[in-house]
Design a protein around this ligand. Structure first.
Ligand SMILES: Cc1cc2nc3c(=O)[nH]c(=O)nc-3n(C[C@H](O)[C@H](O)[C@H](O)COP(=O)(O)O)c2cc1C
Length: 365
């Protein structure tokens, strides 16, 4: 097509943004992060499990749902705000926890960006080892939620929970989806092409090898005990099956995050947006349900809310942002997601989140 009138400014396919302001959508940060990171780090960030089928399903399944656009509906002053446990947030877009953030300051630039964009941040418990929650809250200028990996030793977990509660954290998010081990194949493959010694930079060697045969001893009884050990709200993250969702509620969970760890836990082949409706059905509004996995567009957010989610979390988009450009990268990712979601609300004639209902979308047959 070269030389055709009007095509003179066509962007080469391998164009990679060199500044957040050049991003047209959040996917532009993926290539920027890939360029910025060494192969082993990129492998860990991008990997799914096994054949990456669940990772791909998370994105692809958004096409199973279609929007019902509306015309000639007045939509001045769209209100995107949501309430989560008595706190009002400007948008339903939340920063998912990460144990690994490819930035020398870890969760701090993310926290600063969250403050600028008035966004809820869930701090990964693994990050907290190097950046205590008080330091992150200071950078955030307010409370963050804390994500827990419970130890098999309950006393140890209860101690962590008490310490986190004392920091003023209002919500504990217990992640339960990788207790049986996992097989991060892409991460292993790309690590082979990286000649550096991990331990020359990190204090620990990231475990990308498959976990052993499931040795999990944590159960719904553990949930009850964690629940009883704290006055914080307790959410369970990593639920896909409605049977589990019901047991979570029965055992005292204050909320559920439907998640497959961004396709990094079980190779279920099932997208979270497809798991969401049956979880919503069994939970019957007893507690709020959040969801993550593959959210890259304002339309994705809209679809999840129409299916009954209270809020959604983004993972890799902001991790790409911080890896490539630090705080401004995360800020821009959040600003783009917010702008796109606002646009979809206007296109579908919605002035508030409450107006987004199951009738706002159609499931493709
Ligand atoms: C590099 C990386 C590290 C992660 N670390 C954690 C973690 O420590 N704890 C946790 O609950 N989830 C973790 N997750 C999962 C995210 O919280 C979230 O569920 C997932 O990224 C959402 O999917 P998305 O990346 O497609 O947006 C991690 C995800 C990635 C990509």
């Amino acid at each position: 097509m070269a030389g055709m009138p009007g095509m003179a400014f066509q962007q080469p396919e391998d164009f990679v943004i060199s500044d957040p302001s050049q991003a047209i959508n959040v996917l532009d940060f993926e290539a920027a992060a890939r360029k910025a990171l060494p192969p082993a780090h990129w492998g860990y960030l991008s990997t799914g499990v096994d054949d990456d089928a669940t990772l791909k399903a998370n994105r692809e399944a958004f096409t199973h749902y279609q929007l019902r656009s509306r015309r000639l509906v007045e939509t001045n002053n769209i209100d995107m705000s949501v309430d989560l446990f008595g706190t009002k947030w400007e948008t339903p877009i939340v920063l998912a926890p990460s144990g690994t953030l490819f930035h020398p300051e870890g969760p701090l630039p993310v926290a600063r960006a969250a403050q600028k964009q008035k966004t809820l941040q869930i701090l990964g418990g693994v990050q907290e080892r190097n950046h205590p929650i008080a330091e992150v809250m200071k950078a955030r200028g307010g409370p963050v939620w804390y994500q827990l990996y419970a130890s098999q030793d309950l006393a140890n977990t209860q101690q962590t929970v008490k310490r986190i509660e004392a920091s003023g954290c209002p919500v504990l998010v217990w992640t339960v989806d990788i207790l049986g081990g996992r097989n991060l194949e892409t991460a292993q493959r790309l690590r082979r092409s990286d000649t550096r010694q991990c331990l020359s930079c990190h204090m620990t060697d990231p475990q990308v090898r498959p976990g052993g045969p499931g040795r999990n001893t944590l159960t719904y009884d553990t949930l009850k005990r964690i629940r009883d050990a704290t006055s914080m709200k307790v959410l369970v993250k990593g639920i896909e099956n409605p049977e589990d969702a019901d047991l979570c509620v029965q055992n005292g969970a204050d909320g559920i995050i439907v998640s497959n760890h961004g396709g990094r836990a079980t190779e279920s082949g099932r997208a979270t947006i497809d798991s969401l409706p049956e979880v919503i059905q069994v939970v019957r509004n007893r507690v709020p349900v959040l969801v993550d996995g593959g959210f890259r567009r304002g339309t994705d957010v809209f679809k999840a809310l129409a299916l009954g989610a209270r809020a959604i979390c983004i993972g890799r988009p902001y991790m790409w942002g911080v890896a490539s450009f630090g705080q401004p990268g995360v800020e821009t990712v959040l600003a783009i997601m917010r702008r796109e979601f606002n646009l979809v609300m206007a296109q579908c004639g919605k002035k508030s989140i409450a107006e987004i209902t199951p009738a706002s979308i159609i499931k493709k047959i």
